[in-house]
Design a protein around this ligand. Sequence first.
Ligand SMILES: [Zn+2]
Length: 302
Amino acid sequence: MKIIIRTALLLALVLATAAVPAIAAIDIVASTPELADIAKQVGGNKVHVYSIAKPNQDYHMIEPRPSDVSKISRADMIVRIGLDLDMWFDALSNAASNSKVRRGAAGYVDASEGIKKLEVPKGQISGASGDIHVYGNPHYFYDPENAKIIARNILDGLKKVSPSNKAAFQDNYDDFTKKLDKKIGQWEKELAPYKGEEVVTYHQSAIYFLRRFGLKSFGTLEVKPGIPPSASHISKLIKRMKDDKVSAVVIESIYSKKFPDLIQRETGAKYEVVPYSVGSLGTKSYIDLIDTWVDKYKQALR
Ligand SMILES: [Zn+2]
């Protein structure tokens, strides 16, 4: 009897061990939910991904938590936006002091590598101007063509961090970019009737998206990136909108509706709200996010 029990125990132990994957997942810490989703697409079942910024948090102003430091200290790879958007990442990374993911290491991925940056300031931006886009506009990830570059940067990083899984990552990357290309064709067709039209946004977040689809920015509710709307700026904007007959207003989901409501009352322009992040307004993935943007822009431009 004793032997039978012992055998059963041993068997249970063997089964329990077998349930644990032979290779531990590659731990990735991303700075935003968009990067986290793209990393998941490329890494597939070989990775575990965590995003520091949560959906609908203003990426310019993330308050790091101690738990984020411990996530980075255990990470095999980090993926960040770069430019000014996640400068808060440096403080976290320094505190974590993980040599695998520090700048220049195999596990350090700056997703902006190779992106053609827009609105790069010509001279030095003085702190007094208050403009927070100091190295150029950092919201490049809303252009789906740029998502392919981001995926490529992540692929390169993953191949370095886990060379034995190279082929699997390449397959996932190929699948993701194929899916994205098909979607881009569809999105271009959907927005084609509105080429050249102008749109008002809250923050200058959409510039890469607008350019991709042949649309233009008419202005923002913010006075400058990071400088909140003022009464005088809004009244000037309303006058310009009336003069130029611009009625497309698209607000990113993190911002207050106070001024958009005022513009709506004054101009009759009904505004649309787009999800700021993967995870806001029920979006489940990067492709889902852009799908929703295209939909909302179509509604605003109609
Ligand atoms: Zn910004």
